[in-house]
Design a protein around this ligand. Sequence first.
Ligand SMILES: O=C(O)CCC(=O)C(=O)O
Length: 276
Amino acid sequence: MKPTEMETYLFDLRGYIILKNALSPEEVAEINGAINALLPMEHDEWDGYVHATNFGAKDGLNLQQIYEGGEPFEKLIDHPSWFEKVKHFVGGEGTFDALHGPLFIDEAFANVRRPGEAIPLHSGGHEGVKRTQYLYKNGRFMCGQVNILIALTDMMPGDGATMVIPGSHKSNFAHPHFAQHDWESAPSVDDVEGAIEANMKAGDALLFVDAIAHGSAKRTNPGERRIIVYRYGPSWGHFRHGYEVSPELLARLTPQRRQIVWPHKLKARVPQVKRS
Ligand SMILES: O=C(O)CCC(=O)C(=O)O
């Protein structure tokens, strides 16, 4: 379903919306089961085409290329709870979509975080980064990157919820916090003025433009916090971390999903005409 009038208003105003019950409890259980089957994994270990990594010592484990991990993750590529909304906010109708499709996922990962772990504040409209930019012009959205962040466990106070600074996708100035810290020394976002927790129950999803300043609270509760992030942008983008889609996945995906994970590959399949 396309965004409602209220979702459009809130996305423009705040840079994010929360989609309640985007996944059913059965879908969440199925995905958590599939993650359990992959774990434990260490940094830089592969399981098939899924790659375990972290950005630093304190932000937990990322399972990159998670859509390679089985059917429960494949369904998320064009899940009806968000697909039309993301398409609308990335925009581009009548331009690149006619050539190679409406969207491309440039990063897809699950993240598992434990007590004491968090990700510092990053991004923000002041950076003007083309790839993650927020843009509404001539009556339509043309955002560079719209993320779907799915809560696979509850993200309530103490759980290490994602944090956002509402409206910061349009900010012209860096939050003073940015100037004080580099990535390694930055404390968690908990004490950053203007940042709020995007509290969610397992199955809810946060849809946000990556230009919004965001990070996560430090997990203080025992146990794990689990999320999945699929980053959608225009189909002319390319992989953030240089991964490629496996031939096995390409062979088993539906045409629509195949086009979203590797629009460029479709072009390569067009038969070449020999020059005379
Ligand atoms: O881990 C989180 O809650 C935030 C994720 C994040 O920073 C991102 O998707 O860019």
